[in-house]
Design a protein around this ligand. Sequence first.
Ligand code: NIG
Ligand code: FE
Length: 411
Amino acid sequence: MKRLFKNIKGLLQTLGPETLFLKGSKMGELAQINDAFLYVEADTILAYGPMADCPTMEVDQVIDAKGRFVLPTWCDSHTHTVFAATREKEFEMRIAGKTYQEIAAAGGGILNSAKHLQNTSFDLLYQSAYERVHDMMRLGTGALEIKSGYGLNLEAEIKMLRVIEKLKKEIDIPIQSTFLAAHALPEAFKTDSEGFVRQVCQEWIPTVAGQKLATFLDVFCEKNYFTVAQTEQMVHTGQSFGLQAKLHVNQFNALGGVAMAVANNAVTVDHLEQLTPADLEALATGNTMAVALPNCSFFLGLPYTPARELLASEIPLALASDYNPGSAPSGNMNLVVALACIKMKMTPEEAINAATINGAYAMGLSDKVGSVTVGKKANLILTKPLASYALLPYAFGENLIDSIFINGNKI
Ligand code: NIG
Ligand code: FE
């Protein structure tokens, strides 16, 4: 199938193949061509440029994009899309005044999700996650990372990772799998966190890596969850088995996990609702990308990740949904981009960069998706007619997307 998009009002995120991510002040610029064409063959972008240079050629379909913008689909680098049950009871408890941590301490939270997941069949988990991913795709997500972490025993963790493995096979967008080995302390190890970490390092990580079920390793480094030293121990073990680190750090407390992550060349540090000057300094000197999750801040009423400080320190920043039943029950990346602008004071250009090319980098996919680049996947958002692309974050909660193309095909 040969497709030509013509008369595109603005073709956004037109980057050369050498740009794998953008950082700091560079994120303020959004590469774009006004009055553009885009040529797609099968699932791949083959050419683009100003309409004046549009070649005359035989194609199967012409899409007149007059008045509309075309941009790469969102790259959501941090999600917990496989889960067994929603947690609206806890939502109501929080409305009544309980905090997320109080609910977790009383056996709710991650332990609650794990209990449900352990008792849910592979098929049911697969079916519900399959539907969630398709809902996300209809909202413009065209690449995705999914974590395990609600198993809390090896058997259930492997069940989750096998669900992700099947989603990767059956769904037409790139999906990366992360082994969230240490998400919370299982009931059985309540008074023996060291024993649990030993089991993760000696048994869980070798088993999961041996079955090639994940690309990345994640740990929830947080007070009442896992210490910096324990996290580092698991990161080292993961690396020795070829799993790169993507870590939950600084959601509620800044414990020093950021500097540890940077020192160990973690791919990303995610959350960062709390951020100290030492954290900023560590990130500014390393190769680790910061990932902000504004849907989580919005839903739990937490501080937002200080984007302006990160960008002023020339640090690369990605945006992701954190889609999960406890702290962010929405996989809508349009809302993420809007909140980044409204609450984190990112410009529309910065937010779009953070949710496309940087999101792709944050899950090791920026050679395939995240920009309009010759040779990359034709995973594209076609907007409704818009005066400006700034309307995307401005008109929060509105649907300004006309259609989504995945591998060149309209879904
Ligand atoms: O990213 N913080 C740790 N994990 C998830 C929430 C887990 C849950 O509450 O189910 C997060 O916010
Ligand atoms: Fe998360």
